[in-house]
Design a protein around this ligand. Sequence first.
Ligand code: CP
Length: 315
Amino acid sequence: MKNYLTLEDIPNLQQAVNQVIALKKEPYSNEHLGRQKTLGMLFFNPSLRTRLSTQKAAQHLGLKTMVMNFSNEAWALEFEDGTKMSGLRSEHIKEAAAVVSQYCDMVAIRAFASLSDKNKDEEEQVLNNFARYASIPVINMESATAHPLQALADAVTINEQGLTKRPKIVLTWAPHPKALPHAVGNSFSRMVQQLDADFVIAQPQGYELNPEITKNTPLMYDQEEALKDADFVYAKNWCSYSDYGNILRTDEQWMLTAKKMKLTHNAKFMHCLPIRRNVVVSDDVLDHSNSLVIEQANNRTYAAQWVLKQLLENG
Ligand code: CP
């Protein structure tokens, strides 16, 4: 593995999940691997879990971290080639990526979708330009279209439940007052498609994810029907993909409640966090013992540690 940009950079997901679980048992077993090495962490957007879990993962490996918030601390970056930089953007990605590559041994980037320019978002302008111009490994800490660190942690969390039968996993759209990106839904879908599971996605009309992501996964428009007999329910909001970046309607009746969870096979509840209580999901679901959200966040550390370890070992 040279970079970790998408879930597809993992050669064997099940093997990776097993190795993450082993790391979780002995997190300091490779504490010298990152000695005298530095992970740069560049944030174009806010974070709680990704920032702290990745820093914790780096600590376990003896890596130093340098963190920069590009949104308010760094020069505004230009990503277009051949442009006359007479506007607000002071530094070109070519120099920025080359300079960061001198200070760091790996760089992790968080850069959400603009939700205004579908082409640029799908091109992954920020992440892919860092990957293009940096001479060090690049890690995706949530980009315009993918959140592969979250998806690996979610795969671990599902695996840890030790199911004996093929589980039914439901990804359900849930309401939210702001337009949110598709990254988590995309990466979760790509991850579950690799599991031995019955997988369905429930969403209102107009909220279908990119069909290149959902592929043959059944799409359902009746949330309660979709929830029947589910073993795992993953709630997430995303804005419209076809009417790109827009909120078509708030559909408050899509909020996940304890009454709806009764339709399931005593399902575990999952969400990547942060979550808006009593908007996305009611308190009684989030506070129930079947909620895995805190364990998902815990597993972010070991998923990130596995990724950093692979990149360190590959030199
Ligand atoms: N789930 C997740 O990525 O959380 P943060 O946005 O807080 O990093």
